[in-house]
Structure formats: structure tokens, C-alpha cells
Write a protein that binds this ligand. Structure first.
Ligand SMILES: Cc1cc2nc3c(=O)[nH]c(=O)nc-3n(C[C@H](O)[C@H](O)[C@H](O)COP(=O)(O)OP(=O)(O)OC[C@H]3O[C@@H](n4cnc5c(N)ncnc54)[C@H](O)[C@@H]3O)c2cc1C
Ligand SMILES: *[C@@H]1O[C@H](CO)[C@@H](O)[C@H](O)[C@H]1NC(C)=O
Ligand SMILES: *[C@@H]1O[C@H](CO)[C@@H](O)[C@H](O)[C@H]1NC(C)=O
Ligand SMILES: *[C@@H]1O[C@H](CO)[C@@H](O)[C@H](O)[C@H]1NC(C)=O
Ligand SMILES: *[C@@H]1O[C@H](CO)[C@@H](O)[C@H](O)[C@H]1NC(C)=O
Ligand SMILES: *[C@@H]1O[C@H](CO)[C@@H](O)[C@H](O)[C@H]1NC(C)=O
Ligand SMILES: *[C@@H]1O[C@H](CO)[C@@H](O)[C@H](O)[C@H]1NC(C)=O
Ligand SMILES: *[C@@H]1O[C@H](CO)[C@@H](O)[C@H](O)[C@H]1NC(C)=O
Length: 470
């Protein structure tokens, strides 16, 4: 008799462990609304999840429209991918995440609101000499010079013009034009854009294997707005401190920002939304009319959310690339040298990932910025080891005298680009995703809903605000 009952328990256990993830997302913890004293209840018009680029912008714009807001942010600061390092010996600041913005009114108005002056960003530190190195060997790529991309970029722009709607979001026509679903490598050869491929790779860092990404995602990340910005120049902060806007927004929003906080449970089935949040000063119950989600909507990032079957099935489809940034000291690299990872024998000299994209000098002498990309997530220890090996390989190869560097700063920006399969896109994934807007008092903004570009995301968010306020 023991045997069948053991087998039953075993099967039950198997059933439970295999179905548990979907069970927990389908049934988040119940919120006992009577368990919280008034001092732990936060009543607002709008609760915003995530205080990065779009979360902060939304909070400011919605507050300016007379709405009361509260932001729930896991980190101890606002800004998300925007990262600024302060050199301890000089107090000089270096932006090693988000660097530049489009030269457009929405950007100028947003920075002007916080009295932060902007200037045209320089392409490179003056006097810098770029070395093209294959970091698999540490050797300079003999006889290499970047292709003249001008004509191919004009050809690329002519293609973009045909799909002007991608500039505004993911409102795609159905059937989705076949070219948008070509792996970008095939699109490049189809339209003779070979000379622009490496340039686009350098610009679209963080997208993983660029030639394998669907042309749709490449277009979204390098669209007509960026083509325009290449002509007008990009903007950056005169004080070299892109985090200043987030610090000022935090000061202004004050108690309306819950830092180091995360969602434990949500309930969106009533008249409004209930959000139970763990904060450094205990659990708080947020009662809001509406919810605005700005975080990467991967299921792994939505524990405790009362997701609808549609939300669950859509968000479960997201794949993601990985992107990392670091500041190094004591590399041994001479101050005027800048290094670009260049495949000696690869298509369009695009380096295979995971790898660093480049090592660039910053305005602080001896401090170098590293950008590192991968098609999949790596541990911080793995990324740091690969960066160190890459720097030391320059020495082994006799290219530069380098030494084991020290990390002055390091940041993981994974998950970065969120993508879905060709079948999903063809099947109306983005139509269904956009149909979530406004359901159960919930709206969505952030990179997964548009593109990895702060300026364009502020425009996208601005376009969403009227429907949130309606
Ligand atoms: C290294 C790097 C350089 C870049 N350079 C530029 C540039 O020069 N110009 C440009 O326009 N764009 C740049 N980008 C892209 C730009 O940063 C993004 O497009 C933009 O930040 C996306 O905004 P977002 O609000 O979607 O996400 P984020 O800015 O990442 O904000 C999301 C926020 O949500 C928080 N969060 C995540 N999960 C949760 C959770 N479960 N609960 C609560 N909070 C959560 C995060 O901590 C973060 O603060 C760069 C990105 C990187 C990584
Ligand atoms: C909810 O909280 C109240 C107050 O703490 C408590 O009396 C009640 O038993 C709780 N209800 C449930 C279902 O846990
Ligand atoms: C850096 O700023 C801090 C805080 O404002 C100040 O105390 C310190 O003296 C400054 N250091 C330098 C080198 O300017
Ligand atoms: C690049 O090509 C364009 C035209 O295709 C030409 O006008 C320009 O002079 C070239 N630039 C260089 C640096 O050769
Ligand atoms: C969610 O809230 C509604 C009413 O606001 C309530 O009827 C329902 O039981 C709650 N659901 C959960 C899972 O707590
Ligand atoms: C869920 O998605 C399907 C399409 O996949 C759509 O027909 C349906 O209306 C959606 N349900 C809700 C509640 O939005
Ligand atoms: C390309 O170069 C790398 C690094 O030197 C080498 O490992 C690889 O075998 C080469 N591949 C081809 C196809 O030549
Ligand atoms: C490295 O240092 C040695 C010894 O000082 C020097 O001879 C050599 O030229 C240096 N190599 C490079 C690439 O700078």
C-alpha cells in the first residue's frame, strides 16, 4: 500500500514542481487590505513601476498634469540605464551608460524644466586615435580602414522611408512586410548595404548578433530620427552629468518615489489597482486609480503581478540580449588611444559576441569606458573576466603594453533588447501587446514597447499620456 501512495505523492510533486511557475503567476498572493494601518497606505492617481528613463519622465509629466503619482523602483536611485561616475580625486563626472539625446524639442524642454544646459555631443574625445583590434587575438587588424558608409546609409535611409511607421512604435501592417522579418544580414545583401553594416553594428550596441536580428528591430533601433540626428548632432549635458536630471526629479518627487522597493502583489480586478510593495521601511499598500508599467516585462521580472492570461502568454515570448558597461583604470593603454573591436576575418568585420565593443578614453585621464555585448546573459564575474582577458591579450599580442586593470565602475544592463520570434510578429504579437493598453487600469511604456532610445521613448510616453488621463 505504501508504494502507490508514494507514487501518488511523487506524481503530485512532479505536477506541482512542473506547473508551479505558471500557478504562481496566475495566482499572485492575495492582498489583505485590512491588514495595513493608514500610515502604510499610499493613495495616488497613478502608480508607476520602474523609475528609469520612461518611469521618471512619466512621473514628472503626469505630476505636471495635476496627477498624484508614486514610483516603485528596485534600485537606490532613479535613471535606469543612465549611469554617471564621479571621479573621487577630481569630482569630474563621466556618463558611462546613456550618453546622448536627439536634438529635438521634447528633449530640450525636459532638460530646460530642470535647468540643465545641453550642448552638442562630440563624436570622440579630441585627439583620440582609433586602433582596430580583433580582441580574440589582441592583434591590430592589418590594412583595415572602416568602409565609407555614406552611400550605403543613404540606401538604408531609402529603405527606412518605406516603413516610416516603425519610427512611432510597433503599429505594424498585417501581413507584416516580409523584408522586416528578414535577418538583417540577408537584408544587407539584398539591398547592397554592406558598407553600412559595421557602422550600424557600432551604433546599435546591445542588440546581440545584429546580422541575425530581424530587420524590424534594426530599423526600430536606427530609424529616421537617428538619421536626422546624425545631421543635426546629438545633445548631451554641458556638465557631463546625465544623472543630474534624475537626481533633480528625485528631489522634486520626494516621498512619491519608493526606492529599493519591489512589488509583492498586485490586484487589478476591482475599481482601481492595489499594489503591495516591500520597501526599506516595511510593506506599503498603494491604492491607485491606474498602473503604469515601465520595466522590462519579462515574466521573471513580474513576480506577484496578477497577470491576465493574455499578459502571461505575451510576456512569456520575450527573448533578450545582454549589455554591460564598465570603467577601467590602470589598463596601461596610452591616453590618446581608443580601441574598436574589429573581426579580422568576419562578415563586415563585425566581431563575434560575447565580446567587448570598444575601449574608449573618457574625459578623466586614465579612465576608460568599456561596452560589452552578448546575445545571452552572462554572470558579472564572466563579463569582468572576459574584459580583463581582452585587455591583457593586447599585451600578449604585442599590440600595447597593458596591465591587469581595475574596475572603477561596472553595471549590468541585462535584459536589454526584448525581441520575439518571426512567427510571433507575423501572428500579431505587437497588435496584441498594444491591445493591453488601458486594460484593467494598466498602461505600458518603456523600451519593450518601442525602442532603446531615451528621447524616442519620451515621445512615445508623451503620446500615451492622453489615453492614461482620459
Ligand atoms: C550602456 C547603455 C548606453 C545607452 N546609451 C544611450 C544613449 O546614449 N542615448 C539613448 O537615448 N539611449 C541610450 N541607451 C538606451 C536607453 O538607456 C534606454 O532606451 C532607456 O533607458 C529605456 O528606458 P526604460 O524606462 O524602458 O528602461 P530603464 O531606463 O532601464 O528603466 C527601467 C527601470 O526599472 C527598474 N526596474 C526593473 N525591474 C523592476 C521591477 N521589477 N520593479 C521595480 N523596478 C524595476 C530598473 O531598475 C530601472 O530603473 C543606452 C543603454 C545602455 C544600457
Ligand atoms: C487580514 O488582516 C486582518 C488585520 O490584521 C486580520 O484580522 C485578518 O484575519 C486578515 N485576513 C486574512 C484572510 O488573513
Ligand atoms: C568633491 O565634492 C565633495 C562633495 O561636494 C567635496 O567635499 C570635495 O571636496 C570635492 N573634491 C574635490 C577634489 O573637488
Ligand atoms: C564617402 O562617399 C561619399 C559618396 O558616396 C563621398 O561623397 C565622400 O567624399 C566619401 N568620403 C570619404 C571620406 O571618402
Ligand atoms: C482583488 O480585489 C477585488 C476587489 O477589489 C476582490 O474582490 C478580489 O477578491 C481581490 N482578489 C485577490 C486575489 O485578492
Ligand atoms: C486576448 O488576446 C486575444 C488575441 O490573442 C484577443 O482576441 C482577446 O480579445 C484578448 N483578450 C483580452 C481580454 O484582451
Ligand atoms: C578567424 O580568426 C579567428 C581568430 O584569429 C580564428 O580563431 C578563426 O579560426 C578564423 N576563422 C576563419 C574562418 O578563418
Ligand atoms: C612595451 O614596452 C617595451 C619596454 O618598455 C617597449 O620596448 C615596447 O616598445 C612597448 N610596446 C608597445 C607596443 O608600446
Amino acid at each position: 500500500m505504501a508504494f502507490p501512495s508514494l507514487l501518488f505523492h511523487f506524481l503530485l510533486l512532479l505536477l506541482l514542481t512542473t506547473t508551479l511557475p505558471s500557478l504562481t503567476t496566475a495566482f499572485p498572493p492575495k492582498i489583505n487590505t485590512t491588514a495595513y494601518p493608514a500610515s502604510d497606505i499610499i493613495t495616488r492617481d497613478i502608480c508607476i513601476i520602474g523609475g528609469g528613463s520612461t518611469g521618471t519622465y512619466s512621473a514628472i509629466r503626469l505630476s505636471d498634469s495635476g496627477q498624484s503619482v508614486v514610483i516603485v523602483e528596485t534600485k537606490d536611485r532613479l535613471g535606469g540605464h543612465c549611469e554617471t561616475y564621479t571621479d573621487p580625486s577630481t569630482n569630474e563626472t563621466v556618463d558611462y551608460g546613456v550618453v546622448s539625446f536627439h536634438n529635438i524639442d521634447i528633449v530640450k524642454n525636459y532638460f530646460a524644466r530642470f535647468e540643465i544646459p545641453l550642448t552638442i555631443a562630440l563624436d570622440a574625445t579630441p585627439g583620440q586615435v582609433i586602433k582596430y583590434v580583433d580582441f580574440r587575438t589582441g592583434e591590430s587588424v592589418a590594412g583595415y580602414a572602416p568602409a565609407n558608409a555614406t552611400a550605403a546609409l543613404a540606401g538604408y535611409a531609402a529603405q527606412l522611408e518605406k516603413y516610416a511607421y516603425v519610427e512611432a512604435g510597433f503599429d505594424l501592417p498585417y501581413p507584416v512586410p516580409a523584408d522586416l522579418l528578414l535577418p538583417f544580414g540577408d537584408f544587407v545583401t539584398k539591398y547592397g548595404l554592406e558598407d553600412a553594416a559595421e557602422f550600424l553594428f557600432g551604433f546599435q550596441q546591445g542588440l546581440g548578433h545584429l546580422l541575425e536580428q530581424f530587420t524590424l528591430y534594426v530599423f526600430k533601433n536606427f530609424g529616421l530620427g537617428l538619421m536626422q540626428a546624425l545631421k543635426t548632432g546629438f545633445l548631451t549635458t554641458t556638465r557631463w552629468d546625465n544623472s543630474e536630471i534624475y537626481e533633480k526629479a528625485l528631489a522634486e518627487l520626494g516621498p512619491n518615489v519608493l526606492l529599493q522597493s519591489h512589488v509583492i502583489a498586485t490586484n487589478r480586478s476591482g475599481d482601481g489597482v492595489k499594489v503591495l510593495v516591500q520597501t526599506p521601511s516595511g510593506s506599503k499598500l498603494i491604492l491607485a486609480k491606474k498602473l503604469l508599467v515601465t520595466i522590462p516585462p519579462k515574466l521573471s521580472n513580474l513576480h506577484g503581478f496578477d497577470l491576465s492570461p493574455n499578459e502571461t502568454s505575451l510576456f512569456a515570448q520575450f527573448l533578450n540580449s545582454a549589455y554591460y558597461t564598465a570603467l577601467l583604470r590602470r589598463t596601461g593603454i596610452p591616453p590618446h588611444i581608443s580601441l574598436t573591436n574589429t573581426g579580422a576575418n568576419t562578415s563586415y568585420h563585425i566581431p563575434p559576441l560575447p565580446a567587448l565593443y570598444s575601449i574608449r578614453p573618457t574625459r578623466v585621464p586614465g579612465l576608460y569606458n568599456i561596452k560589452f555585448g552578448s546575445a545571452f546573459a552572462l554572470s558579472d564575474a564572466q563579463v569582468q573576466a572576459l574584459i580583463v582577458e581582452s585587455v591583457l591579450r593586447l599585451d600578449t599580442a604585442g599590440t600595447l603594453n597593458t596591465t591587469t586593470p581595475e574596475f572603477a565602475a561596472y553595471a549590468d544592463h541585462t535584459p536589454f533588447e526584448l525581441t520575439v520570434s518571426k512567427e510571433a510578429i507575423e501572428g500579431g504579437f505587437y497588435r496584441d501587446l498594444y491591445a493591453l493598453q488601458g486594460q484593467r487600469h494598466t498602461w505600458y511604456t518603456g523600451a519593450a514597447f518601442h525602442t532603446q532610445d531615451s528621447s524616442l521613448l519620451w515621445e512615445f510616453t508623451e503620446g500615451l499620456i492622453p489615453s492614461i488621463l482620459a
